[in-house]
Design a protein around this ligand. Structure first.
Ligand SMILES: CC(C)(COP(=O)(O)OP(=O)(O)OC[C@H]1O[C@@H](n2cnc3c(N)ncnc32)[C@H](O)[C@@H]1OP(=O)(O)O)[C@@H](O)C(=O)NCCC(=O)NCCS
Length: 327
């Protein structure tokens, strides 16, 4: 094949408001010290009342399109990875398509929680390589603050809001996606979930009174699954592409907890300086986490042509996956 699928441009958008650990100390029984030591997070961004997943995604997408030099009318597919859509229907991707002024191309949402951007990249890879699409906009967008209980100290310290996008298209080898690997194991669905608001438990005064619309998390169990699965799936993509861990120039893990990142890094035997982390400033933004990192790295000149980039994520479902690409 004369081409692979790669990233042509990235963009991100963070809401202006910042919630620090010191702000949280006033809201729940916690401390800056506990949050910093146990998670690595110092602050996170929170959307304002006027912001929605789609409005901030449009900002991120415009930056990605501009960087890629691709017009909205030239998009062939829009994939929005989110578990915090503007509304149950239509899809957030449809709203983004409308507000970008893109043509009536295929657009849909993808729900794979924190692994969603890597799932989206892998779907885009198929469409680009089989020639069905030239330009695919893949968005990772979460406005989780609408689903966080700011009385639950186990979750409110972790999550933040953010959006990022990548325009993907054909690139000349050896650049582009080299390997990807995706998984879902529904038997752990109750490790991270929102009980109400869907068909199983439609919104009612009772679901609201019980806090059923907030994120419920079993942090300890998730921690163990995350470390094991992110290591395994990273090894699998390296093996598929016949690349050694020491050939990786940059590892971008899902920003869930700095201790998870550190444990995975150690198990993979990667040098500390090869691992990107922004969790101290951004927190866990679920499917936006990896593309925000990518955009920061691209804009800071940290991604050089030919660099080997490994990305790995895990999230609710549970889902997990990895993508190995050459910039
Ligand atoms: C949630 C998480 C940070 C908790 O850290 P931990 O080191 O596992 O802490 P534990 O759950 O064992 O709790 C230790 C103690 O701290 C307390 N604690 C929990 N949250 C706290 C907070 N924000 N501030 C202060 N104390 C807290 C617990 O109540 C517990 O107290 P106890 O010993 O008196 O019972 C960690 O498990 C984690 O990051 N898990 C992965 C979660 C994740 O990634 N979710 C998103 C998936 S994409």
């Amino acid at each position: 094949m004369e081409f692979s699928a790669g990233i042509l441009g990235t963009g991100s958008a963070l809401p202006e408001k910042v919630l620090t650990n010191f702000d949280l100390e006033k809201m729940v029984e916690t401390s800056d010290r506990w949050i910093t030591e146990r998670t690595g997070i110092k602050e996170r961004h929170l959307a304002g009342p006027q912001d929605t997943t789609s409005t901030l995604s449009v900002k991120a997408s415009r930056k990605a399109l501009e960087t890629a030099g691709v017009a909205p009318q030239d998009l062939d597919l829009i994939i929005c990875s989110t578990i915090s859509p503007d509304m149950p229907l239509p899809s957030t991707a449809a709203l983004i398509q409308r507000d970008l002024g893109a043509r009536a191309c295929c657009a849909f949402d993808l729900a794979a929680a924190c692994s969603g951007f890597l799932f989206g990249m892998t779907v885009a890879d198929q469409f680009i390589r089989n020639g069905k699409c030239k330009h695919v906009l893949v968005i990772g967008a979460e406005l989780l603050s609408r689903y966080v209980d700011y009385k639950d100290r186990e979750t409110c310290v972790i999550f933040g809001d953010g959006m990022a996008a990548a325009v993907m298209g054909p690139v000349s080898p050896p650049s582009g996606i080299l390997a990807s690997d995706l998984h879902t194991e529904g038997q752990y669905a109750d490790h991270l979930y929102i009980p109400a608001g869907g068909t199983a438990s439609p919104a009612s005064p009772e679901t609201v009174a019980k806090g059923g619309h907030y994120i419920k998390m079993r942090g300890n169990e998730l921690f163990k699954v995350a470390v094991r699965n992110m290591e395994e799936v990273s090894r699998r993509v390296l093996e598929k592409a016949q690349v050694c861990a020491d050939q990786v120039d940059l590892f971008i893990p899902h920003q869930a907890n700095q201790r998870i990142t550190e444990a995975v890094r150690e198990r993979l035997g990667l040098a500390r300086e090869k691992v990107y982390s922004n969790i101290d400033r951004i927190g866990n933004t679920s499917s936006a986490s990896i593309p925000i990192c990518l955009d920061e790295c691209a804009r800071a000149g940290r991604l050089k042509r030919g660099n080997m980039i490994l990305m790995a994520a895990f999230g609710a479902g549970v889902t997990w996956g990895a993508v190995l690409m050459r910039w």
